[in-house]
Design a protein around this ligand. Structure first.
Ligand SMILES: NC(=O)c1ccc[n+]([C@@H]2O[C@H](COP(=O)([O-])OP(=O)(O)OC[C@H]3O[C@@H](n4cnc5c(N)ncnc54)[C@H](O)[C@@H]3O)[C@@H](O)[C@H]2O)c1
Length: 377
């Protein structure tokens, strides 16, 4: 018998809309899903571009207004792939309309906005998830599982760095990414992924001390209102120490992120350019084996590996979206989904603490950001 269908509506038609459409198309090919996603409608402000995207991505229909998605009874999940400054309004309206909501990261451009979106989905009682897709790369997921299983012992140090060269060229024209109120910060754009992975593996962050810089201050005769690069010292609630760096001005570093965890018994290192591998230094190894071993995170015993190719073939960026959206569909409609909006808002609070710390040149406790607004249980 054919699996029942779940109707998908995507807001936006840019790179993430393409990645998500690809994932909805490929997920049922790679794994058995209880619900088969059906690409019902895509929205975008430019009619010509959105109609072309609808045809290319395999949607049945398109619209120039995202509100049309909310009126469609055959759209069950609204998937938001527009700039961060639009997320909270669309997500809250979709929740009120009773839709399950998937939203790209960062959840919003401020903690207050992120918290209002989290509150809207909580009040509506709808499923909700944030696009922290890198959690679902097999090697990153394996890293989390090994930490939970005690492979490194008690976590003492976390190092997370994301280098991109997206903003190096000063002639790149102004667009939403350079506008604080629409694109958020580099801290939120790149750092939200790092903070999500780090807190997933090592628990909550208590306080931060950060610095930021904008090297190219004007583009297309407009003021750039976001940071080009930021870095932060962080202290986890457990007492573990962390160092984070996120930069969009690192020449010839296209999308290079690294996350390393040092515990009292071992070390784990993930480096995105070698995304099918995980490096493990085991303090219990015989002295003659001193060093780091490389695990191929493709064995059928590893997370998500059974859904993909035989060991040795590897996966790529697209697989992170297939795994992420596939995992959400597998739990549709009963849930729970994760990472959810509450987790997205918690990440946003850390982003904002880093931003405030850099602006005010002092240590900032994350509770300063959440106080008064509060992450609700
Ligand atoms: N998870 C990931 O790996 C990943 C990677 C890239 C981007 N993202 C996130 O996805 C989101 C979209 O990024 P993208 O790379 O697809 O961007 P994009 O520029 O390729 O596409 C953005 C889409 O939003 C529309 N849009 C632009 N400004 C708008 C506005 N003011 N109001 C309504 N719609 C508007 C555009 O027309 C387009 O359809 C962002 O939140 C970004 O941070 C996530």
């Amino acid at each position: 018998m054919a699996a029942p269908e779940v109707g998908i509506g995507i807001v936006g038609y840019g790179m993430m809309a393409k990645a998500h459409s690809y994932a909805y198309t490929v997920a049922p090919v790679m794994r058995t899903l209880r619900h088969r996603p059906r690409l019902r409608m895509i929205s975008g402000r430019d009619k010509e571009k959105v109609s072309r995207a609808a045809a290319a991505y395999g949607f049945e229909s398109w619209t120039a207004s995202w509100r049309d998605l909310l009126d469609r009874r055959d759209v069950d999940i609204v998937d938001i792939c527009t700039p961060p400054g639009t997320h909270a309004e669309i997500a809250s309206a979709a929740a009120v309309a009773g839709k399950a909501v998937i939203c790209e990261k960062p959840l919003a451009v401020s903690f207050a906005q992120a918290d209002s979106a989290a509150e809207a989905v909580r009040q509506a009682g709808v499923l909700n998830a944030v696009g922290f897709n890198y959690r679902r790369l097999p090697a990153v997921s394996l890293m989390k599982r090994m930490i939970d299983d005690g492979a490194v012992g008690a976590v003492r140090l976390v190092r997370a760095v994301w280098l991109s060269d997206e903003f190096v060229d000063p002639s790149i024209p102004f667009d939403w990414r350079f506008d604080r109120s629409m694109g958020a910060t580099t801290i939120a754009d790149l750092g939200s992924h790092l903070i999500d992975m780090a807190t997933w593996m090592a628990g909550g962050i208590a306080e931060v001390s950060a610095q930021s810089a904008t090297f190219v201050r004007r583009r297309s005769n407009q003021d750039v209102t976001v940071d080009d690069a930021s870095s932060a010292l962080v202290r986890f609630e457990t007492g573990a120490l962390g160092v984070f760096e996120m930069a969009r001005v690192a020449v010839r570093r296209p999308c290079d992120f690294t996350i390393e965890v040092n515990g009292d018994r071992g070390t784990l290192v993930f480096e995105y350019p070698r995304l099918n591998e995980l490096r493990f230094g085991d303090g219990a190894d015989r002295p003659g084996l001193y060093g780091m071993r490389t695990i191929r995170a493709e064995h059928e015993s590893h997370p998500y590996a059974r859904n993909w190719w035989p060991v040795g073939q590897g996966v790529g960026y697209g697989a992170s979206f297939v795994n992420h959206l596939g995992a959400l569909l597998e739990r549709y409609p009963e849930g729970p989904w994760e990472p959810d909006f509450a987790q997205g808002a918690a990440v946003q609070a850390v982003c904002e603490a880093i931003e405030r710390s850099a602006a005010e040149r002092r240590w900032v406790r994350v509770s300063e950001i959440t106080a008064g607004v509060g992450i609700r249980p």
